[in-house]
Design a protein around this ligand. Structure first.
Ligand code: FEO
Ligand code: CA
Ligand code: CA
Ligand code: CA
Length: 596
């Protein structure tokens, strides 16, 4: 393998310069083309994007807002023709709707949303499934693709697994406790070995308003999850988001959702067996015994790392036989010990403290209140677990821990080694005997993130890492076909660090371990999401999320960013169009694998 002149990295591409401006930057010798923007047609009868007059009906057929997870599902095994599956995590009304914001003495005030605007928000959430194809060297959307589909906050879904049909999941609209409308705040996700699309419901607490009295049976459950947070105005028009009117509705969110993309009429399944918390993602690997192991992060300060091991085994010759594997299996939570071992503790009703005496009548209660069950087992309180990626090439597992500025000195432990952890870290797990289903393993910190030139930050990037190569706030990650780690970030603040978020290539092996290089950076205000490679690693899909949100104190801007006056008009740079979250596709000029 060619080694770089600069930096001793095993990657020889020319590093992007860290910084901030209105647009994206990719390493020299690569093309980064915008493939899909908020408002682009997904269904063949979608109307043209008309942002000043956006309607819920139009949005339901167009690409949604704030693309986060991106997955690629090959059609007929192709690296040049497949389905792109994309999560739409949340909405930014101040950047989506004209006339919403007024600025008085530099302070932004926002009008209340109309019902139509709230309904646009509902339709801009969820996910997109869209057929894409490489034609004459360039990827494009297949406009009339038979699999093209929008999933929204109104799409009917089925609750399956241990909590399905439980009284705590029943509402006025659904006396069966099995039918729920929509999915919320789908952050990262996954594609299963059998080609289904996983959406992880993360910060669902924000959509609920209203109040429960402290003696309500769900009060403590909701309190542990921050329900209701009331950061959306949906309860003004939809009673189910008001917990005083519909107290069980929040128990129907916070799950791993599985979608069969090969049948656009399929009903997405909320797989309650994988627990209910602020699910970041669910990346998986087929274990050597055929069981499938899903790694799950609960993105909150002081919450936990989980994994789910299916009871059944994956059948590569019979797709249908795999379709309900996620309904039976064992959910584990991690305890990272000072000795460098990790213990995966089963969350099984009747075992240890998970009994009736502690308020768990059955496995349904365990999965509905996963956090409380994990609290009782003494799991390790982590610095915001985000994406977790098993690496089939080296047998390791990579855990992104984004930050936790609230960790105090006396709360520091070996797996969360810094107080006021502003920049996050990455843990590498080696499961015992390379068995991903094992209940023990070992771990070490791969990287403590942040600026290595500031001693008190305590960053541990290799000395070969350049001034552009360090990063903070690891969030999503991807492993390419050669087992190399790529990390994308959320929260690098240009005014504090002089750099936006981006995608970094990180060495994990040999002398270069801990060396990082900047490959791509986002426009001002954006977060970098969704890195995923095609199986041949010749195409990289990236999601630029919430461009133009913030950047307020960016030197070249210096004011509040909103619809009429955004900090960037990426990607169109057309004064008649708002800034738009978009998926970008990266290829190497002249072809070949992305990683060089
Ligand atoms: Fe939506 Fe945990 O990032
Ligand atoms: Ca994330
Ligand atoms: Ca990932
Ligand atoms: Ca994040």
């Amino acid at each position: 393998q060619a080694r770089a002149q600069e930096g001793g990295s095993a990657f020889s591409f020319t590093e992007v310069e860290a910084g901030v401006d209105e647009t994206h930057h990719v390493a020299e010798g690569y093309d980064a083309d915008v493939l899909l923007r908020w408002g682009d047609a997904v269904l063949p009868d979608a109307p043209a994007f008309d942002p000043a007059n956006q309607t819920a009906d139009a949005q339901a057929k167009q690409f949604g807002y704030n693309n986060d997870y991106v997955g690629y599902i090959p059609l007929d095994g192709s690296d040049e023709h497949g389905l792109l599956v994309v999560n739409h995590e949340y909405t930014n009304p101040h950047l989506m709707f004209p006339g919403l914001v007024t600025i008085v003495e530099g302070e932004m005030t926002m009008n209340s949303l109309t019902k139509e605007q709230v309904d646009v928000e509902l339709m801009a959430h969820g996910g997109t499934i869209v057929e894409i194809r490489k034609v004459d060297g360039k990827w494009q959307v297949v406009p009339d693709g038979q699999y093209n589909r929008r999933i929204t906050a109104m799409t009917e879904m089925e609750l399956t697994g241990p909590a399905a049909g439980h009284d705590r999941l029943k509402t006025n609209a659904d006396q069966t406790g099995t039918k729920v409308l929509g999915t919320l705040n789908n952050c990262a996700g996954g594609v299963t070995p059998w080609g289904t699309y996983i959406m992880a419901e993360e910060n669902f607490h924000g959509y609920f308003s209203g109040e429960l009295t402290e003696d309500h049976p769900e009060f403590a459950n909701y309190d542990r999850l921050g329900v209701p947070e009331g950061s959306y105005e949906w309860a003004n028009f939809h009673d189910r988001f008001d917990i005083a009117k519909e107290p069980n509705e929040p128990n129907r969110f916070g799950y791993i959702v599985e979608v069969d993309p090969m049948d656009p009429t399929s009903v997405p399944k909320k797989r309650t067996a994988l627990g209910r918390f602020k699910h970041e993602g669910a990346e998986s690997i087929v274990n050597k015994d055929g069981r499938v192991v899903f790694y799950l992060g609960d993105d909150e300060r002081f919450d936990y790392v989980y994994k789910f091991v299916t009871a059944g085994t994956y059948n590569p010759d019979d797709r249908a036989a795999n379709m309900d594997l996620l309904d039976e299996g064992t959910l584990y939570v991690a305890r990272f010990d000072e000795s460098g071992s990790v213990e995966w503790m089963p969350l099984v009703h009747g075992e240890g403290p998970l009994t009736q005496e502690n308020g768990f009548e059955s496995q349904a209660d365990i999965v509905i209140e996963t956090r409380r069950a994990a609290d009782l087992l003494g799991a390790t309180k982590m610095d915001r677990p985000e994406d977790i990626e098993p690496n089939g090439t080296n047998g390791k597992v990579y855990v992104m821990l984004t930050n936790n500025t609230r960790r105090e000195a006396e709360q520091v432990d070996a797996a969360n080694p810094r107080a006021e952890n502003a920049f996050g870290h990455i843990i590498e797990i080696a499961e015992a005997d390379g068995d991903f289903a094992a209940t023990t393993g070992t771990w070490e910190v791969l990287l403590q993130c942040g600026d290595p030139s500031v001693a008190e930050v305590g960053a541990t990037f290799s000395t070969d890492t350049t001034v552009n190569g360090w990063f903070g706030m690891p969030d999503n990650c991807a492993i390419d076909s050669d087992g190399r780690l790529w990390v994308s970030t959320d929260g690098n603040n240009p005014s504090a660090t002089g750099r936006t978020d981006g995608l970094w290539a990180v060495d994990t092996e040999g002398a270069a371990r801990g060396t990082s290089k900047l490959f791509f950076r986002v426009p001002v205000g954006a977060e970098m999401c969704g890195p995923v490679f095609t199986p041949n690693a010749e195409t990289l899909f990236l999601a630029v999320q919430h461009p133009g949100d913030g950047g307020d104190d960016w030197e070249g801007f210096g004011r509040v960013s909103y619809y009429e006056d955004p900090s960037t008009r990426w990607p169109d740079f057309d004064d008649s169009l708002p800034v738009r979250p978009s998926v970008v596709v990266v290829t190497r000029q002249g072809g070949g694998k992305i990683a060089v």
